[in-house]
Design a protein around this ligand. Structure first.
Ligand SMILES: [Zn+2]
Length: 290
């Protein structure tokens, strides 16, 4: 409808009509409409939250998963997902000033506190720092944990690392996902005496970005962690080694700066990046996008 075709009997009528348009516009833009959109957004969020995920983060040492992707896990936990940490070793050899036994006890306490602050549960593996074996028992032990926890997503180390425990954790985990899915495979080990049914529900394995595992790592999936950044920062600082009192490596500054860099690359304020297997890097299109 064009204003030029409308005949007004008086200036007053014209004003009245203009006011009614302005009022209608206000109605569309202001609270009612905002509430309408808010309701749609809430419905979308609720729908996403109805589909609860379970995320199993498998690290070679207590602290590896928390420092590298703990912000993602805190975010998912806030959304209602179940988050479980499996620390294959405590990383008890990392403090030259105290014995491995004493530091192991400290790491165990720290892990329980930090994982809980991030909204997760904790499982401690049976292995020793620096001696994580890439063997059949370790595969079946992790497969047994997978069958127990029933994860939708698994996060672990990238395949290449300067630390053998990290690359072994990667290899063990990738094989364990397959073993856990095969009903004929038994996963009873000295560390896991109960047999559980096969679990085929792992949607994806994500490899987290870690300063020790950078050879060939390519950030592929960028996850917005802006909302969970503060929770993550205050939680992980409870680990003494992350707080900077044990190692010369500036853990907290490194991972905070990394979140800024990955955020800049993906138009988020803070982001955590993951790599995935090469064979997973494919897009399926019915035709070229318009
Ligand atoms: Zn480590």
């Amino acid at each position: 409808m064009s204003f030029t075709n409308v005949k007004y009997s008086s200036k007053y009528d014209m004003k009245k009509e203009l006011y009614s348009y302005a009022f209608a516009l206000l109605f569309l833009l202001l609270p009612g409409n905002w509430l309408f959109h808010k309701t749609i957004q809430e419905r979308r969020d609720n729908k996403m939250n109805e589909t609860k995920r379970t995320i199993l983060a498998i690290g070679a040492h207590a602290g590896d998963m928390e420092i590298s992707c703990g912000a993602v896990l805190a975010k998912q936990a806030k959304m209602g997902d179940r988050v479980v940490f499996l620390h294959l070793t405590l990383g008890e050899g990392g403090n030259p000033r105290i014995s491995a036994k004493e530091y192991g006890e400290q790491k165990r306490r720290e892990a329980l506190e930090v994982d809980s602050l991030l909204g997760g549960e904790t499982i401690f593996g049976p292995y020793k720092d620096g001696e994580l074996p890439n063997d059949e028992t370790a595969r079946r032990y992790v497969a047994n944990v997978i069958r127990t926890v029933k994860p939708t997503y698994i996060i672990t180390h990238w395949k290449n690392s300067i630390h053998p425990d990290h690359s072994n954790a990667h290899a063990i985990t990738v094989d364990a996902v397959l073993l856990a899915s095969l009903p004929s495979v038994e996963t009873v080990t000295p560390y896991s005496p109960t047999e559980y049914p096969a679990w085929r529900g792992v949607k994806r394995i994500l490899y987290t970005e870690n300063w020790e595992d950078m050879e060939g790592f390519q950030p592929y999936i960028y996850t917005d962690v802006t909302d969970a950044f503060d929770t993550w920062e205050s939680a992980v600082a409870k680990y003494e080694f992350i707080g900077g009192k044990i190692s010369n490596f500036p853990y907290l500054n490194y991972y905070k700066a990394l979140a800024v860099v990955r955020g800049a690359e993906s138009s988020f304020r803070y982001a955590v990046a993951f790599d995935i297997d090469q064979f997973e890097k494919k897009l399926r299109w019915r035709s070229l996008e318009p």
